[in-house]
Design a protein around this ligand. Structure first.
Ligand code: SF4
Length: 320
């Protein structure tokens, strides 16, 4: 199958992107290709749990108080989303390692939420009254150049006293590293929020990272604030546009690529060694090594993968 037909059939627009697809491209163009063009992914307990936690957090932030009724509604929202995600993944619990399912155990969500409510009990006076209910889980697109849009999704916005808005972003994990707070300073996604708030809503903003670190005994719910100067925002915009230009070059080269080529001369695997093995190893390691021209394998689904195409214009992934 020629690549143009594949892209048309799967409704893939490689120049339609959000912060996560662009960050994937920056880290490794071949990873981005496997994820975006071939649609390969693997069932991921952390992502499913994180998506469900977002639903629970939406209920919490929309409430007036962290009382029994709010917690019950939040558990229901979590369970609904988690069940939906597990159904879409089409695998059972035993597919996932016990060390993961035991810690991020959906059966413990009420306990986690009770802990969260206790750790952030001052929210009831200092945060919840200021949540903008029209800006919970909103998504849209923002121009980053004359003819280019970038898609975004905001978890929540609070209008705290003062002259700037606060974008709230939920982050889940199992480890609180020493640089947990610093990593968000460099996040393409977090800086996008500042850009969105300024370009779309003409507001200067800061970000509140609303963490949840789940552990067997001592889960914790850290928060940190990220701010950016106007110069840092300009640097972000310039670097994002630079990345998009590189992406356009790869897309043009992909249009020339053929199934009969020995190797695919675009979306090169630019990670070498350490990048491929970080965070437990790249999920595409096996096919990246075996397939020098992925165009020869467009209709194959390797064992262990599922196919879900990412559409940044939609709120969810779509199943092939
Ligand atoms: S294995 Fe390495 S080079 Fe290949 S897609 Fe993954 S990160 Fe990129």
């Amino acid at each position: 199958m020629v690549i143009q037909d594949w892209l048309a059939e799967k409704k893939i627009n490689l120049l339609s992107f959000d912060s996560s697809t662009l960050a994937d491209y920056a880290n490794c163009p071949r990873y981005h290709f496997f994820r975006t063009v071939m649609g390969f992914t693997k069932p991921n307990w952390h992502l499913m749990f994180g998506a469900a936690w977002h639903w629970a957090m939406k209920v919490m932030l929309k409430s007036n108080r962290y009382d029994a009724s709010t917690l019950t509604q939040a558990v229901t929202a979590f369970t609904t989303k988690f069940t939906e995600e597990l159904g879409a993944a089409n695998v059972g619990w035993d597919y996932f390692p016990e060390r993961v399912t035991k810690i991020k155990d959906p059966g413990r969500v009420l306990d986690f939420l009770v802990e969260y409510a206790e750790e952030h009990k001052t929210d009831q006076d200092l945060l919840l009254p200021y949540i903008n209910h029209n800006m919970l889980e909103v998504h849209g697109s923002v121009p980053i150049a004359n003819d280019k849009l970038m898609y975004y999704r905001l978890d929540a916005v609070a209008e705290l006293p003062g002259d700037c808005a606060t974008v709230i972003d939920h982050k889940t994990g199992t480890q609180l590293s020493s640089n947990w707070a610093e990593q968000w300073e460099h996040s393409l996604q977090i800086t996008l929020y500042f850009y969105v708030m300024q370009s779309m809503f003409h507001r200067w903003a800061k970000a509140l990272i609303n963490g949840a670190i789940f552990r067997t005994n001592d889960s914790t719910y850290p928060r940190c604030v990220v701010t950016k100067s106007i110069e840092q925002l300009e640097l972000w915009l310039s670097s994002v546009n630079h990345l998009v230009k590189q992406l356009e070059v790869d897309v043009a080269m992909l249009n020339e690529a053929k199934e009969s080529d020995l190797v695919m001369h675009c979306f090169y695997p630019t990670q070498s060694g350490s990048g491929c093995s970080s965070y437990g190893g790249c999920r595409y390691n096996d096919i990246c090594l075996a397939w020098t021209n992925p165009l020869q394998h467009l209709n194959e689904i390797p064992s262990g993968y599922i196919v879900r195409f990412w559409d940044p214009r939609a709120t969810e992934e779509r199943i092939a």
